[in-house]
Write a protein that binds this ligand. Structure first.
Ligand SMILES: [Zn+2]
Length: 214
């Protein structure tokens, strides 16, 4: 599938999966040559077509597309610069994850699914206004070297992956984990932490033995 079409269908999924409402959130992907494809600013995902996707270099030189790119373009480009393995980024506004972002808290890897998919504890990036270089820097810092997701304080989440499918999987697992964590806290409960050893074993397994050989 053409990268522009991948972004357009991912935009529709962002809405259908309940990861955001209206025109909030944004999506990008990086192709093999290093070009970045990103959603246009403030456009309804339902009417967005491949022609509306903006294509640019990592230094923000526009290669094609006439729309104004997403307000969070700097955030996407900064993550791609910091993490060469990342090929897709989905910025979401999910309910349960955002609860923890408003409190400036981290979401720990409390379930196997999270340990296998999120890479590391999901930290909250310090507050900065949307679209600023400061927010981009805070996001890169919160993601660190290993995490596939972070939260933006009082705002939402940023989920990354080696392809669009992976980034959406991260988004889904993050919100499920946040909801479980929320429910544990709501009844005054305490979770039993997974051991570092078991987390490492699951990550190793996913990397080397899970699924079918390619
Ligand atoms: Zn946002």
């Amino acid at each position: 599938m053409d990268m522009r079409e991948t972004i357009v269908s991912a935009g529709k999924k962002l809405i259908s999966e309940g990861f955001t409402v209206e025109t909030w959130g944004n999506i990008s992907a990086r192709d093999e040559s290093g070009l970045v494809y990103i959603t246009p600013s403030g456009m309804d995902y339902e009417i967005c077509t491949p022609e509306d996707i903006v294509v640019m270099t990592i230094d923000r030189d526009i290669v094609s597309g006439t729309r104004r790119p997403s307000i969070e373009t700097e955030l996407h480009l900064s993550v791609y610069r910091a993490r060469p393995e990342v090929r897709a980024i989905v910025h979401t506004h999910p309910i349960y994850s955002t609860v923890f972002s408003c409190m400036g808290e981290s979401i720990p890897l409390i379930i196997d699914e999270a340990a296998q998919s999120l890479g590391d504890e999901v930290k909250t990036a310090a507050y900065a206004l949307p679209g600023t270089v400061e927010l981009a820097e805070n996001c890169v810092k919160a993601l660190g070297e290993k995490a596939y997701a972070c939260l933006l304080q009082s705002h939402g989440a940023v989920c990354v992956g080696s392809c669009m499918k992976d980034a959406f999987k991260v988004a889904k697992v993050l919100e499920t984990t946040a909801e479980i964590y929320f429910r544990i806290r709501s009844i005054g409960g305490k979770y039993i932490p997974l051991s570092e050893e078991n987390i490492a074993a699951m990550q190793e397994f996913v990397l080397k033995k899970y699924g079918q050989p390619k």
